[in-house]
Design a binder for this molecule. Structure first.
Ligand code: G4P
Length: 534
């Protein structure tokens, strides 16, 4: 977390914003929880009408999955809604079970994350990976232990596992009373309330009773004697063994408060939302190469963290998702596109509210706006009111797997090129066009991304494609003095390709080749990633 000391109070409009993502292992309940957030945030009227099963539904963003399969329209990578005076911006993390750059970049746009774990399964592989990404950014994390209506692990065991596995302190914000069939609800430790589950109606909010500490006779009216005795024992033990919630430690990413609940039964969800509002971080300062940008600065600044194409199948336009780092944005503003040094009138920005996208008349630091464009806006680009700021921290990963891709129908090569360029712009893959020969080479970070790409090209462009092994295994971007690059390219034609920006890439299968070039062309730089900033 950046230095917060001496930070002045934020303007109320900014201070009430909470921008966060939900991370989880597939099936832990992220989609269900998201739906309940939208329900309690007034963004949708009803949750969980349609369910689809199987792995296929995870290849697209979870918001799209909800839209397609549940008949509700969210159509976005970020949703904004009001909750008890807070403005929540929930940013979708892509649903692939493979780690991808997309996920990482999404987490550069948020100030906090909610980690959902399945009470029976505890910390799973994907939870751990995503958690590590959050940790790299010191993101504050709230934990939701889901599916308490099923047989779950012992509460202490779950907490222990998180502490051991993720090396983070865990402070219980609520404590479950029973589990599985016997699950009654939770004791809200933060507010001293008894929260009781209503199993009859899954969208109904549970009963909440104010309690004056554990000796309050009201407890016995609602909790059977045996369970009450266990609750008292456990809470006493928890007090002795577990740290109390410390907001500073949470904001620094060292401690996570945990809530227990059941997303499908709407149980524990509002307490979690309250927790995000009460304890969650305000819009945080953002880093640029030149300086740190604070949310309260009056000039508008923001950066593109995601580009999505084909959101509206009728238009081949793109939407660039911009996280506002500072200021008060108003529709129609002219902003400097720092990379191209051109002014852009932002006349039709969209905010993703309620049931549909809406024109954003205004937005504040912390908000995510979508800017439709024809490809000018790229991931990592900065927008400002004139200052040449280069935002940092949006990483580009080295492609670790390379494959050749061909259209099933050779006549469709042009279509394939268009599709690939789109995905390259979205940051979904690296695409290289070899200087000699036909076809394209695609580079990704995780093997599953090839499948995702093949299915998207087929769906969005009606173009069956084949991925095949490539003779190359590594890609290096080449930079240096122009004459030297020209000489290098001439001597290595078989290994040269261009990426979607036209930049020169050296492809090889031998580390030896790379070492040789470093020796023979000392003025050239070969890098495994390309800086996103110009
Ligand atoms: P994901 O986005 O993290 O992948 O999870 P998702 O919300 O789609 O939930 C995965 C499954 O878990 C869903 O079951 C969902 O209904 C169920 N689920 C979510 N929250 C709870 C909960 O609090 N309690 C219980 N018991 N189940 C919950 P599904 O896809 O319909 O099928 P199945 O896995 O039940 O067969």
């Amino acid at each position: 977390m950046l230095d917060q000391s001496n930070r002045p109070a934020l303007p109320p409009e900014i201070a009430r914003r909470r921008t966060f993502a939900i991370i989880s292992h597939p099936d832990a309940g992220k989609t269900t929880l998201t739906e309940k957030f939208l329900l309690f945030g007034g963004a949708i009227q009803m949750a969980g009408q349609v369910r689809a099963k199987g792995e296929a539904r995870r290849t697209r963003s979870d918001f799209m999955k909800m839209e397609q399969e549940r008949g509700i329209s969210v159509s976005a990578s970020a949703m904004s809604f009001e909750y008890k005076g807070w403005r929540f911006n929930l940013v979708d993390t892509p649903g692939h079970s493979d780690f991808s750059e997309d996920t990482y970049r999404t987490l550069t746009a948020v100030d906090a994350a909610i980690m959902v774990i399945d009470g029976a399964k505890g910390v799973e592989s994907q939870t751990r990976k995503l958690f590590e990404v959050c940790r790299l950014r010191d993101l504050p994390i709230l934990t939701f232990c889901n599916k308490m209506d099923r047989e779950s692990r012992d509460t202490f065991e779950i907490i222990d596992e998180i502490q051991e596995n993720l090396a983070i302190d865990v402070a219980p914000a609520s404590w479950p009373i029973g589990m599985g069939r016997e699950f009654l609800g939770c004791y809200d430790i933060v507010h001293d309330r008894l929260e009781l589950i209503d199993r009859a109606d899954r969208n109904r909010v549970a009963e909440s009773i104010k309690i004056n500490g554990l000796d309050d006779p009201k407890l016995a009216e609602h909790v059977p004697a045996e369970q009450l005795a266990t609750l008292r024992d456990e809470l006493e033990m928890a007090r002795e063994l577990l740290p109390a919630f410390d907001r500073q430690s949470f904001l620094e990413g060292h401690m996570t408060p945990i809530w227990f609940g059941s997303a499908i039964n709407s149980f524990g969800v509002r307490e979690l939302m309250d927790g995000m509002g009460e304890f969650g971080p305000e819009p945080q300062p953002q880093k640029a190469a030149e300086r740190q940008i604070s949310a309260e600065e009056s000039a508008v600044t923001g950066f593109v963290f995601k580009v999505q194409a084909n959101m509206d199948p009728k238009h081949r336009d793109r939407v660039a998702f911009v996280r506002l780092a500072s200021g008060h944005f108003e529709r129609g503003m002219k902003l400097l596109h720092v990379r191209s040094k051109k002014q852009m009138a932002v006349s039709n920005p969209v905010l993703f509210l309620a049931a549909d996208r809406e024109l954003a008349e205004e937005a504040w630091a912390g908000d995510i706006i979508g800017i439709p464009n024809h490809g000018q806006l790229r991931i990592g680009d900065g927008l400002t009111e004139g200052e040449a700021l280069r935002f940092t921290g949006i990483p580009s990963f080295a492609p670790e797997l390379l494959q050749t891709v061909r259209a099933g129908d050779p006549m469709k090569a042009k279509h394939l090129e268009k599709a690939l360029m789109q995905f390259a712009e979205e940051g979904a893959a690296k695409v290289f066009k070899p200087a000699i020969g036909s076809g394209f080479i695609v580079g990704v970070v995780g093997a599953l991304q090839f499948e995702v790409l093949a299915s998207r090209i087929e769906q969005e462009y009606s173009l069956p494609v084949r991925f095949e092994g490539s003779q190359f295994t590594s890609a290096r971007w080449v930079s240096g003095p122009k004459a030297e690059i020209d000489r290098f390219v001439n001597l290595n034609k078989q290994h040269i390709a261009h990426d979607h920006d036209g930049d020169i890439v050296f492809l090889t299968r031998l580390q030896w080749d790379i070492d040789r070039i470093t020796r023979d062309f000392p003025e050239l730089r070969l890098t495994a990633t390309k800086e996103l900033m110009a």
